[in-house]
Design a protein around this ligand. Structure first.
Ligand code: HEM
Length: 552
């Protein structure tokens, strides 16, 4: 196995050196049958050494990009499209070819572990100490993945001291999900190419594909290139990669069994509960980050891609369920922003920092996080706005002079409020304040009466009013009660009562005295009949209140 890995590594290295695209298409599979199959062994939970060549090749990120695109053939400047066009996928898996495309080692890991867990659960007495130990070990190995593999190594969200790194590398080994190097390489590709065909566990291919499908069968494409050169220099990562197989046996099964066996004599329970059943839970807990977290919940930070936030996913994944936040701010050491959201991984990192084991905890600037949230709220509001029927604005209505308006009033029931001409004929009988009040204002400017001079209407009434717009008054409108003050000032001035005049002058000198709604000059003189007649307002609930008994 090791020698074939080396052979594959050479194949890749020479492809890079010659500048040839390291195509994974069927042609290359035919040309080099002995080497190409290895290139598809990305999804191998157990034997990390198999694809070490791939990790090393992808460590040379920029080279990967160059070899993938830079031969002058492609005009497209979208990297993902270019790579997809260049690197042809393997033929789709059919029933006839399924047996050849099963990823045997991962499939064994994903089937034998549940089988052992079920058998153990049915045949072994559960001791309380063992049950507690299984839960503790679940959290330890789970944190190895969430705090270690994921936030520390894949995203560099904080810096860990050597003891903490070894602690997490050992815990992560017990989760049996591939080496740190292999895992992080795939995960960085997942972030960089989220939801595309270069994403190794793209949620676009369905829930089960993202959950386990991508590991059970050999993928049709390699994951997109990702830079893991930093991990190649990390001694703990290298150590774990080198000793991966003994480590997963030791930490996956031997250690949890020995603790229960030597501790309280429950060797069998230790193996089946803290070993197999615990591993089954850790597996599917972590896999939920790729499936459930892309399927269930909200997108409060960005909705460009599938990742979502949900407390249920957080519960299932030791705090990785605020996945929308995580994809938007992957280098942030937190998944959950609020103190009350469930993110024990964040707490573990914080406590490690209090103990001096973790430093440089990265957080994205709060202001930018809030901008993301704000943008999403605006989006939601504008989606709602699109579903609402809005009134015509002044640029889409005929513009009439006051004289023309008066002329139109001879044949129609019109009134001006706020610079707009309203046809109230379909509403006059429905008016909660009674027909008579409206009737007295027909042919007049009722702005003042409507906005408090007679009755201070609700916003709802103002919204309703706008649906009756049929035109705009040219030259603007006056607010009646201000005009009255204005007349008062004039008369005071004429009578020489200066003191009072000064006070009244303050009231009328503001810009509200004259409000101009411009309208489109091209619509000047366009007949009112060109505008659709307002619909009949027909809601019986409004015919209450003072009703028709009131007169102005
Ligand atoms: C087309 C123009 C008008 C519309 C669409 C309209 C609409 C409404 C609506 C929806 C209400 C219910 C209460 C509220 O929502 O505030 C209402 C109540 C009322 N309106 Fe109007 N209104 C119009 C014009 C007027 C005018 C010109 C006057 C007075 C001269 C007036 C006087 C009143 C009064 C006194 C009430 C209170 C009725 C009560 O409490 O029972 N309305 N109007």
């Amino acid at each position: 196995m090791a020698s074939s890995a080396v052979a594959a590594e050479h194949a890749v290295t020479s492809a890079l050196a010659t500048g040839l695209p390291h195509s994974v298409g069927p042609e290359s599979a035919q040309a080099k049958p002995a080497r190409t199959p290895l290139r598809f062994r990305h999804a191998n939970l157990v034997d990390a050494s198999d694809d070490s060549s791939d990790s090393d090749r992808d460590a040379t990120d920029s080279e990967g990009e160059t070899t993938a695109v830079d031969d002058g053939t492609y005009q497209d400047d979208n990297f993902v499209r270019k790579v997809l066009a260049k690197e042809k996928p393997l033929p789709p898996i059919t029933l006839a070819t399924l047996h050849k495309n099963i990823n045997v080692i991962s499939t064994l890991a994903l089937t034998v572990v549940p089988a052992l867990a079920i058998y153990g659960a049915l045949s072994t007495h559960v001791q309380l100490k063992t049950a507690i130990w299984a839960v503790v070990y679940y959290f330890y190995t789970g944190l190895g993945i969430t705090a270690g593999y994921h936030r520390l190594w894949a995203h560099r969200a904080y810096t860990a001291s050597l003891p903490l790194q070894y602690f997490l590398a050992l815990g992560g080994s017990g989760a049996v999900e591939g080496s740190i190097k292999w895992w992080s390489r795939g995960h960085r590709a997942h972030h960089r190419y989220t939801d595309t065909d270069l994403d190794p566990y793209s949620a676009q291919k369905g829930f089960w594909w993202a959950h386990i499908g991508w590991m059970v069968v050999k993928p049709r494409r390699r994951p997109g290139v990702a830079d893991v050169s930093d991990l190649a220099k990390n001694p703990v990562v290298q150590w774990q990669h080198r000793w991966y197989v003994p480590l997963i046996i030791g930490m996956g099964f031997v250690f949890p069994t020995v603790v229960a066996g030597l501790g309280w004599g429950d060797w069998r329970g230790g193996f089946f509960f803290a070993g197999a059943a615990r591993l089954l839970f850790v597996h599917h807990s972590t896999f939920c980050v790729n499936s459930l977290a892309h399927w269930l919940g909200e997108t409060p930070f960005d909705d460009k891609h599938t990742p979502k936030d949900h407390w249920l996913t957080a519960l299932a994944t030791i705090g990785e369920g605020y996945h929308n936040f995580h994809h938007e701010f992957p280098q942030d050491f937190r998944n959950a922003l609020k103190w009350w959201q469930y993110d024990p991984t964040k707490m573990f990192i914080i406590i490690s920092s209090w103990l001096g084991l973790a430093t440089q905890l990265k957080t994205f600037p709060d202001n930018e996080i809030r901008r993301g949230q704000y943008a999403m709220k605006l989006k939601a509001v504008s989606r709602e706005a699109n579903e609402i029927k809005w009134p015509k604005d002044s640029n889409h209505l005929p513009v009439l002079t006051w004289d023309d308006f008066e002329a139109e009033c001879k044949t129609r029931q019109l009134m001006v409020i706020g610079g707009f001409i309203h046809d109230v004929s379909t509403f006059i009988d429905e008016h909660p304040g009674g027909r008579a009040l409206i009737k007295t204002r027909l042919g007049r400017d009722a702005t003042n009466a409507f906005y408090g001079g007679y009755y201070d209407h609700s916003n709802g009434a103002a919204n309703l009013l706008s649906q009756y717009r049929v035109g705009v008054i040219s030259g603007g409108y006056e607010v009646e009660h201000l005009r009255k003050y204005s007349q008062l000032i004039e008369s005071l001035k004429e009578s020489g009562a200066d003191g009072c005049a000064g006070k009244a002058a303050d009231l009328v000198s503001g810009p509200t005295k004259q409000v101009v709604i411009k309208g489109d000059p091209q619509l000047k003189g366009v007949p009112l009949t060109s505008v659709e007649r307002p619909p009949k307002f027909n809601d019986a609930r409004l015919t209450g209140g003072l009703g028709h008994a009131v007169t102005a």
